[in-house]
Design a protein around this ligand. Structure first.
Ligand SMILES: NC(=O)c1ccc[n+]([C@@H]2O[C@H](COP(=O)([O-])OP(=O)(O)OC[C@H]3O[C@@H](n4cnc5c(N)ncnc54)[C@H](OP(=O)(O)O)[C@@H]3O)[C@@H](O)[C@H]2O)c1
Length: 368
């Protein structure tokens, strides 16, 4: 393991030096909230460069600056602003595609790009639970990437699809993974307070959300439950064996701009003291940190001892939006422990998650 990581690190270092020509990438759904986050995060990426943009036919043929209603807090990159939006078709697209499409259209388009030989690294839920499609958080289940080899596109044209999880599942799983590794998990109950940016743009109507809490997000609870069990499951030949613990999610939309906060109760297989649970979070490191991938945070999970944190206002940008912040660990009188976790939904929960997946794929030789 150490030797493999050392060898891969050497690859990362030599490639960082040698890579004068960056890999051309495309963004499908480039005008949406997640698409814009891709544009922002790719601006200074050391390995990848935006070469192609597409969205719906409403945007096709326009300059990106005309097609996208820019909602990021940094300026739109000047080079991208002048790019012309392409049709959302594989012809003429680069071989690496970051996808941020509505899931109904993703179900139709993503397989077309994979069939045409593209590496499709996607945020959409369309193919996440398909048996031969890896659902990956690089710190949690990097080995699941091997499922790519079972995909018919891979055998035919070299193309494939890799997915990242739903924006609320990812924060939960980052907090659970260190506990599962050290103590095992028996039962989880999670209640979310999800930001409005999670609904895309324009998303939830202001009259519906201002001064309000909406206790319903379509299909979100189902996604959180099934994706958590797949992510924490074990690679077993050409499929994933579910983690198989009891899991219940309640999902709510709240009037927060960015950052999904979750109240979690967990029952562990092996009893653990509070300091052991906190150490599991703070010690948690994995392949992206060992490989020093460009978007890997130093601390994937950070425990805050402040009584009233994490809060989206103060903690959402931790680790450039790639760190999940955990706090308020205390005994649970029904299960064993309860705590709060916060993660950035459009960075760690979307574009940053896909970028980290692509960086891992690059180092493992799936993207060239
Ligand atoms: N927001 C989050 O926090 C988050 C987190 C994780 C995952 N996701 C997932 O990421 C995906 C994108 O989410 P978002 O929040 O960015 O949504 P969004 O702001 O509504 O953007 C949707 C994008 O899809 C494009 N599109 C719509 N219909 C299309 C069509 N028929 N053909 C091609 N492109 C089409 C839109 O292009 P036009 O501008 O041309 O209409 C736009 O670029 C969704 O599947 C979502 O579930 C979102």
């Amino acid at each position: 393991m150490v030797t493999a990581v050392a060898a891969a690190m050497a690859v990362v270092e030599s490639e960082t030096i040698a890579m004068q020509t960056k890999i051309a990438v495309g963004i499908l759904g480039a005008t949406g909230i997640v698409g814009q986050r891709f544009v922002q995060m790719l601006e200074h990426h050391p390995w990848f460069e935006v070469a192609w943009l597409a969205a719906s036919d409403r945007s096709e043929g326009k300059k990106y600056s005309e097609a996208a209603r820019w909602r990021m807090k940094t300026d739109m990159p000047a080079r991208v602003a002048d790019m012309i939006m392409s049709p959302a078709k594989p012809k003429g697209a680069p071989k690496v595609i970051f996808a941020a499409l509505d899931s109904s259209i993703a179900a139709e388009l993503e397989p077309q790009f994979a069939e045409a030989g593209c590496a499709v690294v996607t945020n959409s839920s369309a193919l996440r639970m398909q048996a031969d499609v890896p659902l990956v958080i690089p710190e949690v289940n990097p080995d699941h990437i091997k499922l790519i080899e079972s995909q018919p596109w891979r055998r035919k044209t070299g193309g494939f699809v890799v997915t990242n999880p739903n924006c609320s599942a990812i924060g939960l799983v980052m907090a659970l993974a260190p506990l599962q590794q050290r103590f095992g998990i028996e039962t989880v109950i999670a209640v979310t307070m999800q930001a409005v940016s999670g609904a895309g743009y324009p998303g939830v109507a202001s009259l519906d959300i201002l001064g309000n809490v909406i206790p319903y997000i379509s299909k979100e609870e189902e996604k959180m439950e099934e994706e958590t069990l797949k992510l924490l499951g074990r690679l077993d030949g050409p499929s994933i064996k579910s983690a198989g613990f009891g899991m219940s999610a309640h999902c709510n939309r709240v009037a927060v701009e960015d950052g999904h906060t979750e109240s979690v109760s967990v029952k562990l297989k092996t009893k653990a003291k509070s300091e052991e649970v906190i150490a599991a979070w703070n010690d948690f490191r994995s392949e992206p940190q060992q490989l020093r991938l460009p978007n890997a945070p130093e601390h994937p999970v950070r425990y805050t001892t402040a009584m009233d944190r994490p809060q989206p206002r103060f903690d959402v940008d931790s680790g450039a939006g790639m760190t999940a912040t955990v706090g308020r660990l205390r005994p649970c009188s029904v299960l064993d422990w309860k705590f709060t976790v916060l993660s950035h939904n459009t960075i760690r929960g979307a574009a940053g998650a896909a970028l980290l997946n692509a960086e891992l794929l690059k180092v493992k030789g799936y993207i060239e």
